[in-house]
Design a binder for this molecule. Structure first.
Ligand code: AMP
Length: 567
């Protein structure tokens, strides 16, 4: 039911196709551009990749195609072969049901198949200017029946020196064509091009979301798909969450997840495309006012959501598109505040992880999920903190009167306090810790060694980057062979902290303390091995001095920690 797409007057087959692709509602540029292009207007769209600009021009083009025409009906010019392929792939997918014939042409590809396909008949050609010119010169690309031309990433094409080619190509198309131009920036040359080649264009500008990930601590956990809900509930126990946004990929996913969380005593509300405008506003207001702490959302439903002070973003699933990851985590860490972005990564999502890391130019830091013992400890710590707060605050007159009554009846004050704590812990007791397979998730093992514990995850044979070999998996793997005093990672220095497992130290404590006290980003911290009495941590060479300078001042769980180079 992609009703909002249907409202754009697109052919039902196209509505179905975008629905099949998982789009719930049009993105702003699509709502703006699609009606204009369907009505035949020329359009200038100032928009970057990630805004949904491809579908904004692709859908009206596909909508207006006439079946079985001998000549090319639409032409999309792109600066690079990657973009040509991406646009063509999107158009093929949107046009599957309407059987649109879309061809990508770009340099470096053999001419034969392109020429063969052009001769067979193609409705839409997507290509780079150079190759399009070649095909025109070879007499195999006839643009005389083109009705729509799109210049995609026009600023890029201009900066790559394609302006003459573009002009020559446009000259091959009918003067009465429709022209759409998309560009992230609008320098004077683009405006000049538009003035010369476009008729009364409507301009649509979509502001790119300003996303900075610098204030966000990004952490990830390897989790078997079946254990993701358990993992999430465990993290809820140990993270200091004031408000959290959980992203799931599908509408159904959001509802199921919220229900599963609520069933485990973690109330969560849903924000997805099924909500009416009123219901959406209502949900958002409750979240804004802190009446709901956890929202489970789809990417589309969370778009434009502008709420400050979200402490945590959880990626229950990694998004298919790396840029979406950046948008998701940009919901936290706003207005200069710090935020935490946590990703639950199943082995089958490894390729998505790689794409995200490639986009960010950094590896995500992998940590170890809290064990049952750590959760019990966290609950106790929380309770103790609250008790201490009331002890210090006083003002418990009525409660005191009750205790006095019991004392007057001869009960021992310690026994009374014990009973009161028992009562205070009832809620925790009603929230059993979800069991999960705590054996390390193996993403590295060769196929032959893979056993049942992977629970049918798609087998993968990844090269797990060193920075991710982190946490319990690693501790176990290295338990027998003591850690070397030097880091095996280039550019990393191994430091030793005089605290360890016996003091109840966890990976998160170490990352948190070093990041906060030594003022270095948590994500740059490398391997951590928590031993009984000490902990080894790898930090980049350039930060080692900063961390060492904090020796004695660094605190983990209120304990002053000495730091030295491992030896
Ligand atoms: P683009 O800016 O065209 O590169 O699109 C960015 C990403 O958004 C692509 O992965 C598209 O598949 C996706 N996308 C485009 N339109 C929608 C929509 N209406 N809903 C959800 N995702 C979309």
């Amino acid at each position: 039911m992609t009703t909002e797409f249907a409202l754009l007057n697109l052919h039902p087959q196209l509505v179905q196709a975008v629905n099949d692709r998982g789009y719930e509602a049009p993105m702003p540029i699509q709502s703006a551009v699609i009606p204009l292009m369907l009505a035949g207007h020329d359009v200038i769209g100032q928009a970057q990749t990630g805004t949904g600009k491809t579908a904004a021009f692709a859908l009206p083009i596909l909508n207006n195609l006439e079946p079985n025409q001998p000549h090319v009906q639409a032409l999309v010019l792109t600066p690079t072969r990657e973009l040509a392929l991406q646009v063509a792939e999107a158009m093929i997918s949107y046009g599957t049901l309407s059987k649109a014939r879309v061809l990508a042409v770009y340099g470096g590809q053999a001419y034969g198949p392109q020429i063969y396909q052009l001769r067979q008949g193609v409705d839409v050609v997507v290509g780079t200017p150079g190759r399009l010119m070649d095909l025109i010169h070879r007499g195999v690309l006839n643009l005389s029946a083109v009705r729509t031309v799109v210049l995609d990433e026009a600023d890029e094409m201009l900066s790559m020196g394609f302006v003459e080619d573009i002009e020559l190509i446009l000259a091959e198309t009918p003067a009465e064509r429709q022209t759409a131009l998309f560009s992230a920036t609008m320098p004077a040359e683009i405006r000049a091009l538009a003035n010369t080649y476009m008729k009364d264009p409507c301009t649509i500008a979509i502001k790119a979301e300003q996303v900075t990930v610098d204030t966000i601590e990004q952490r990830a956990y390897w989790v078997r798909r079946d254990d993701k809900i358990a993992a999430l509930t465990r993290l809820f126990e140990t993270e200091e969450i004031t408000s959290a946004l959980i992203f799931a990929r599908t509408r159904i996913g959001t509802s199921e997840l919220a229900t599963a969380l609520a069933a485990r005593n973690f109330p969560a509300e849903v924000l997805n495309g099924d909500l009416s405008q009123d219901a959406r506003e209502h949900t958002l207001n409750r979240f804004r006012q802190g009446k709901t702490t956890v929202l489970v959302a789809t990417d589309v439903a969370a778009r434009g959501l502008d709420i400050e002070g979200i402490s945590h973003v959880f990626n229950f699933d990694l998004p298919e598109d790396a840029e979406v990851y950046v948008h998701r985590i940009g919901r936290t860490g706003r207005a200069g505040r710090s935020g935490v972005a946590i990703s639950l990564v199943a082995p089958s999502e490894k390729h998505r992880l790689r794409q995200i890391e490639a986009l960010l130019y950094r590896k995500l830091t992998f940590a170890t999920l809290p064990t049952e013992a750590e959760i019990m400890q966290a609950r106790e710590d929380r309770l103790a903190k609250q008790v201490l707060m009331w002890l210090q605050r006083g003002r418990c007159k009525q409660e005191r009167a009750i205790i006095d009554r019991f004392a007057a009846e001869g009960y021992d004050p310690i026994d009374i306090a014990t009973a009161a704590l028992k009562l205070a812990r009832l809620e925790d007791k009603q929230r059993p810790i979800m069991p999960m397979d705590e054996t390390p998730v193996m993403v590295d093992r060769p196929r032959a060694e893979r056993g049942r514990s992977d629970r049918g995850e798609r087998p993968e044979r990844p090269e797990r980057p060193a920075a991710q070999k982190f946490g319990r998996a690693l501790e176990r793997a290295e338990a027998g062979s003591r850690w070397a005093a030097v880091s095996h990672e280039e550019g990393m220095v191994r430091l030793s902290l005089n605290t360890g497992r016996q003091a109840g130290i966890r990976v998160n404590d170490v990352v948190g303390a070093i990041a906060a006290h030594a003022n270095i980003p948590g994500r740059v911290i490398g391997k951590i091995s928590i031993q009984d009495r000490f902990t080894l941590v790898d930090v980049p060479e350039e930060f080692a001095g900063q961390v060492l300078a904090q020796s004695g001042d660094l605190r983990i769980r209120k304990q002053a920690i000495a730091v030295q180079r491992a030896q």
